[in-house]
Design a protein around this ligand. Structure first.
Ligand SMILES: Cc1cc2nc3c(=O)[nH]c(=O)nc-3n(C[C@H](O)[C@H](O)[C@H](O)COP(=O)(O)OP(=O)(O)OC[C@H]3O[C@@H](n4cnc5c(N)ncnc54)[C@H](O)[C@@H]3O)c2cc1C
Length: 458
């Protein structure tokens, strides 16, 4: 990058708030995916005004700009694929307002997810999406990816909570979208357009979020099934039961075997396990819901249904789900955690066909994930130092994406598209939809400076 441009940037953010040191640029080359791309410069921004001036300059000079939260994205989202400037949003980390009467919180994008929860807890409120990376990831990143989590089955995902945004466009213009009201039917829904746009349409500088009252009570249960088909029936059966579980997680046989062979947790030799959590306001309420859930599990031939009687027991049951990430490292050098999503009625078919893909290419796929919303996490075990395995992995990923789309699902339930799935956008979106997305991108960012190379939008 030319010195004269660096000088202009230094005048905007202050010379101490930018870096072109190799060690910093290498750190900003990565997110939590295997992808990388080195920026020419990284800057720490502190205000909307700075973001606006920086984007206006970058647009004039045709320099790519990548907004970065905590860099925990799993698809090469914040990786600067075409160099340019990484705009680190971490210092814009103030919670500007919590209004219980209006049921909302206004935050800057660099606020870490868990810090908002901490601030809401004394009010007995929460922001429900609950990504597993919540201790690290930022709300700006959550908006960028439309993040979700374990509780999406009942509470939905980030897009269900974003009421309004302040966004800086590529031109440097500042735009407000949405409202401070829970409802609005006014105009085109620009807020939703930006949620999940992966920093390709604008840089979010303020977020107005709907918040929800914390449930008073919760209960957990675990059920095991000798046949995968019975577990699939149980998931769809629950949908008929009138109970919407807050969390509904499924573990397949490969994942259960991982525990049986590599942990002290004593899991039965079954084809599938389901973990469920229900939320309610009174002990009777949750007991009623859990009885219905247990009835459904038993009617679907569950070998065993364990309902936690104490919080400690519930924690022991959840330990299984929480330990998966740590255990996979014991059996594989590298992993490709996917997040394809299928209609709940197609989960069993997805898992069976996944087993076929695994056999065909000789790579182990562990399947676990959010059965309550069809968002599975087929995690492919491979060795990235072995070119043959890497080539087979590419085939596996392509076939997993094709399978999800074939079952009327989607390439991604929560992680996003970024670099890793960009080449498969056409599988899910028809040519007219792709043309429309590119036209929107071109209108908002005519010089393609905002996170170029992502989502196949160029
Ligand atoms: C261990 C682990 C567990 C995870 N679990 C989950 C999970 O349960 N659910 C889930 O959804 N994800 C999960 N993720 C993925 C990741 O945490 C989420 O995608 C998260 O939303 C990314 O937030 P971030 O702050 O790290 O954003 P980054 O990775 O820095 O950026 C993500 C995207 O958002 C854009 N962006 C960031 N800030 C802004 C802004 N201010 N304006 C415009 N665009 C912006 C970036 O350009 C990029 O495209 C997990 C990741 C890890 C490593």
């Amino acid at each position: 990058m030319e010195e004269r441009i660096k000088e202009k940037i230094a005048r905007i953010v202050g010379p101490e708030n930018l870096t072109d040191k190799l060690i910093d640029l290498i750190a900003y080359s990565y997110d939590a995916s295997p992808k990388s791309g080195r920026p020419d410069l990284a800057v720490w921004v502190e205000s909307t005004e700075q973001v606006s001036k920086l984007l206006a300059l970058a647009d004039q000079e045709r320099i790519p700009v990548v907004a970065r939260g905590a860099g925990t994205g799993l698809c090469g989202l914040a990786v600067p694929a075409r160099g340019g400037i990484v705009m680190d949003m971490a210092r814009m980390n103030r919670i500007l307002e919590i209004s219980i009467p209006d049921r909302l919180a206004v935050v800057q994008p660099g606020v870490v997810y868990a810090n908002l929860q901490k601030a809401l807890e004394p009010h007995r409120f929460f922001f429900p999406p609950d990504p597993a990376s919540g201790q690290m990831c930022t709300l700006g990143g959550n908006v960028g990816t439309n993040a979700g989590g374990l509780r999406a089955a009942k509470y939905g995902v980030t897009k269900d909570y974003v009421l309004g945004l302040e966004v800086v466009l590529a031109s440097g213009e500042v735009m407000r979208t949405g409202t401070r009201t829970i409802k609005s039917s006014s105009g085109l829904d620009l807020t939703r357009l930006f949620v999940g746009s992966e920093g390709t349409l604008g840089v979010v500088t303020e977020i107005t979020l709907k918040i929800s009252p914390l449930p008073n009570e919760k209960t957990t249960a675990m059920a095991s099934f000798d046949r995968l088909e019975d577990a699939g029936e149980a998931v769809t059966g629950l949908m008929h039961s009138g109970v919407i579980p807050a969390v509904l997680e499924l573990l397949d046989k490969s994942t259960i075997n991982l525990f049986r062979e590599h942990s002290d947790l004593d899991l039965p030799a079954v084809e599938a396990m389901i973990l469920v959590e229900v939320h309610g306001n009174t002990p009777d309420d949750v007991a009623f819901q859990m009885n219905r859930v247990a009835e459904v599990f038993r009617s679907c031939n569950a070998r065993e249904v364990k309902v936690a009687q104490t919080e400690a027991e519930a924690e022991r049951l959840w330990l299984v789900r929480k330990s998966i990430g740590g255990l996979t490292g014991k059996i594989s050098v590298s992993q490709a955690p996917e997040d394809v999503t299928v209609p709940m009625s197609r989960i069993t078919e997805f898992l069976r066909r996944c087993e076929g893909i695994s056999r065909k290419h000789g790579l182990l796929i562990l399947n676990y994930g959010h059965a309550g919303d069809g968002n599975l996490h087929p995690n492919v075990m491979f060795d990235r130092t072995d070119p043959d395995q890497v080539a087979r992995l590419e085939k596996v990923l392509t076939e997993l994406h094709e399978l999800a789309v074939d079952l009327h699902g989607t390439l991604t339930g929560e992680h996003g598209i970024g670099l890793t799935k960009a080449a498969h956008m056409h599988l899910e979106h028809d040519p007219v939809a792709m043309r429309t997305m590119r036209a929107i991108k071109h209108t908002l960012d005519p010089h393609n400076i905002l996170n170029p190379g992502k989502m196949d939008l160029d």
